[in-house]
Design a protein around this ligand. Sequence first.
Ligand SMILES: [Fe+2]
Length: 445
Amino acid sequence: MKFVVDNRKTENIVTLQIVPFAHPQGCIGYLMADRASKEALALDVHLDFVYDMSERVKLEGWKLRYVVDSHTHADHPSGAASFAKKFDCIRVTHEQSNHIGVTFHPKDGEQINLGESKITVRHTPGHTQDHIVLITDGALFSGDSLLIGSVARTDFLGGNASQLFDSIHLLQADLPDQTTLFPGHDYRGRIKSTLEEEKKCNPWLLITDRDEFVRNLTANPPPKPANMNDLLRLNRQGVNIEENISVPEVINLVRAGGAASVIDVRTEAEFESEHIEGSHLLPLDKIEEKSDEVRAVPAPRLLLCQSGNRASMAKSRLEKLNVAGLSVIKGGIVSYKEAGGETLRGKLRISLERQVRIASGSLVLLGLVTGFYIHPAFLILSGFAGGGLIFAGITDYCGLGILLSKMPWNRYSSKSNISPVSHSCEASQPGTYAASLTDKKASKR
Ligand SMILES: [Fe+2]
């Protein structure tokens, strides 16, 4: 499985240069720049896009003017606040978003200018009440309203299926068929379509009856995004994911269904012996090669180990690879259990920390015994073990622990259970309403 924060090839639309950025979680953000004036705008900046987008802006010599969130994101942390701060530019949302730090709330139909390029903002409630789309030069940046072959869900944040029907049909009526569609999400790796294509193939656009559209859209909504309440708080207040997270907060989060954000960096054997149900195993010694899988975990990503040391090491290694949105669980699984957190227990194994203690103590004892009975030179073993423990204490780097983690008894055949795509902003396909009626009839028989 290979994930990348994908900086897709540039699209040119009359006066604008468009650079899409696709995330393994299915989010798509865009940089768009007026080719003549080099004035630029960023749309739907995922926190993980901040580094790559910043590099692109600098490389192109663009003057970033605006950072826009198409709506309040409930499925991922927005990087709008930190990105806007880097380039000292204006943050934009609909007035109903109520995001701290946003200074420009365009009205329906208002224009944003990048040099000679004009971008029209349309208010398109439905997925959320604060949803806006951008229209320019034959392109529609639809956020989470119209998606390729699909539409957005409407079952949270004041979403309304009937309003979504109106918003989408208004856009269809107003814009030419040749308009290029750039959505805010795609869970199948696509970047663009056209309105003409969608009118022909999108099953939601083939439903012309509003009531039927609403019935289908509101039937069987998919599960809510992991950490939704946390993400809403972060996105409304400006992302400031803490370096550490306390155990009581983690317990609440896990009980609320957020275990999918916990990344356990202990060894496979420790994980097998006991872990938080629903958490992901990515051992510290593989964390760099699996950084793309970390990106696929919903942020804030909570790093867990036995007592907190290895989680801190994992955080600094990942941050060197520009992975954002990481928090270390203070005190690790030991504190988590002491505070009443639930775990799943498997085969009883000796934790890596206890193995290090046993191995170090054995080396000290072996050095003393062999130094006394065979030759004093063997005392060096005791000195080596003592020196190693002091070094590990000072630097937080334990070579013996790394060696032990690679031993056969510390391995088992676990497979990563990280799914790159959760479809968390997309509606279930139409037909689930009909399917649910069939299920109900069958269950009555
Ligand atoms: Fe959304």
